[in-house]
Ligand binder design. Structure first.
Ligand code: UDX
Length: 445
């Protein structure tokens, strides 16, 4: 069984490596020559735990190439894993998906299953199948299958090999059988991944409904967290109390400065846009988007209230990526906060274990880049925590006292235990919890 993966981003590369790991003959195609060269040299182009190790382990079953003519010729299954970025109006942009379709139309010369893993609006699989079938030159049959991806960055390989579920949306038996065949190794010990088959539109919907539900859960808890601040409750005790109800569970209830990344922001907007297209606006999704937009800069609002005059403040930011264990800064709350701080002429020094190079591409020489936490916070008037990296969570509070001009901490990710922080002479402002003013006793925000 020959598998062609198109697009070697998080989804494509991890999917390709997972299939190669099970002994399939895999070709990974990408338009990006630099990326393919890195892969050919056994170097993983993305920061993702264990991926490089697995890449090397299965290198005999996998080819990386930019040569579409040969790679598209005769695969049994083609996975479309290219990006579907958002248009200005929030709808999904399918330009890259169609570029792959054109290559399929031009080059494929045997019956084949085309699997859409990219997140696409409901109904796209039907449209794509017709688009290809109407134009294909060779007398062959193309079956389009929806197979959404649920991996999280940072745990991508684990989430693929030990997936919570594999969703297969196929309208014909032939396509469904091929999919069941290639995914069979995933269903065996020790992976035991359940496979759920359904029609294509439902499969497309599973992806949006899952991601948007998780995003909604975060916006919900952030709104409750903001309300806790007003009424004097503690969000951590509240979520702990909620979590004992297993219908609610304890995951994805961490309040903070909102969700970022390449999926939640895009997928909530895309579904909301689609619902408006059907004249049936999804109001919960709209609320989720609005709450998250405001939440991202809540920590700046607290800083603004604390100092009243923020012009020219010399501040540090610890953590830049949209979550720990990734170098991805797409839609990261750090970006929105840096923009606001710059607008107010603050002097900013940032640190992140792996995200610095990506943030440099946006802010260039407008901010300072530190290579250690100590260098970052040295003599600063305040520090922000934007990502809950372990090395930040493990810091001793005395470290802030020792190196900062004033140990004033704005923690957007609730990295420290309140009872512990209360013992130190610091001001500590976090999310959904009591503010600690041990430095400036009469402060109020
Ligand atoms: C997400 C989905 O989890 C995954 O199933 C889907 O396939 C792709 O989108 P990912 O974007 O990698 O994965 O990140 P995720 O771990 O879900 O976190 C998204 C954002 O939510 C991060 O910014 C994170 O900080 C935030 N978050 C998460 C919270 O603010 N609170 C939480 O309790 C959990």
């Amino acid at each position: 069984m020959k598998i062609l993966i198109t697009g070697t981003g998080y989804v494509g590369l991890v999917t390709g490596i997972a299939f190669a790991n099970f002994g399939f003959d895999v070709t990974c195609y990408d338009i990006d020559k630099d990326k393919i060269q890195l892969l050919k040299n056994d170097k993983c182009p993305i920061y993702e735990k264990d991926l490089e190790k697995y890449m090397i382990k299965c290198k005999n079953n996998i080819i990386y190439t930019t040569d579409f003519k040969n790679s598209f010729k005769n695969p049994d299954v083609i996975f479309i894993c290219v990006g579907t970025p958002e248009n200005n109006d929030g709808s999904a942009n399918l330009k890259f998906v169609y570029e792959i379709c054109d290559k399929i139309i031009e080059n494929v010369n045997n019956d084949c299953v085309v699997v859409i893993k990219s997140t696409v609006p409901i109904g796209t699989n039907d449209i794509i199948e017709k688009f290809i079938q109407d134009r294909i030159k060779n007398k062959i049959k193309i079956y389009v299958v929806s197979n959404p991806e649920f991996l999280s960055q940072g745990t991508a390989l684990k989430n693929t090999l030990n997936a919570s579920r594999i969703i297969i949306g196929a309208n014909e038996k032939y396509a469904k059988d091929i999919m069941l065949k290639i995914y069979k190794p995933f269903t065996k010990n020790p992976y035991n991944v359940p496979i759920i088959t359904m029609d294509r539109k439902s499969a497309e919907m599973v992806k949006y409904a899952s991601n948007d539900f998780l995003a909604l859960k975060i916006s919900y808890i952030n709104e409750i967290s903001n309300f806790c601040e007003l009424v004097g409750a503690n969000i951590e005790d509240v979520t702990l109390g909620m979590s004992y109800d297993d219908r609610i569970g304890k995951k994805f209830l961490n309040s903070g400065i909102g969700y970022g990344g390449s999926c939640f922001p895009k997928d909530t907007k895309a579904l909301h846009w689609l619902s408006k297209d059907y004249n049936s606006e999804l109001k919960t999704i709209k609320a989720c988007i609005d709450v998250n937009k405001k939440q991202k800069t809540k920590i700046f609002d607290k800083f603004n209230k604390y100092f009243k005059k923020i012009n020219n403040r010399n501040v540090a930011i610890l953590g830049l990526t949209f979550k720990p264990e990734t170098d991805d800064i797409r839609e990261a709350p750090s970006i929105d906060n840096i923009k606001l701080l710059l607008k107010n002429n603050c002097k900013i020094t940032v640190f992140d274990p792996v995200g610095i190079n990506n943030i440099k591409k946006i802010f260039k020489d407008k901010i300072n880049y530190a290579s250690s936490i100590k260098e970052c916070i040295k003599n600063k008037e305040a520090v922000f925590i934007m990502t809950e990296w372990e090395i930040i969570k493990n810091l001793d509070i005395n470290f802030f006292i020792k190196h900062m001009k004033f140990p004033i901490i704005f923690d957007g990710r609730n990295c420290f235990d309140l009872l512990l922080v209360k013992k130190y002479k610091v001001d500590y402002i976090s999310m959904g919890r009591e503010n600690i003013f041990n430095l400036n006793k009469n402060k109020e925000i």
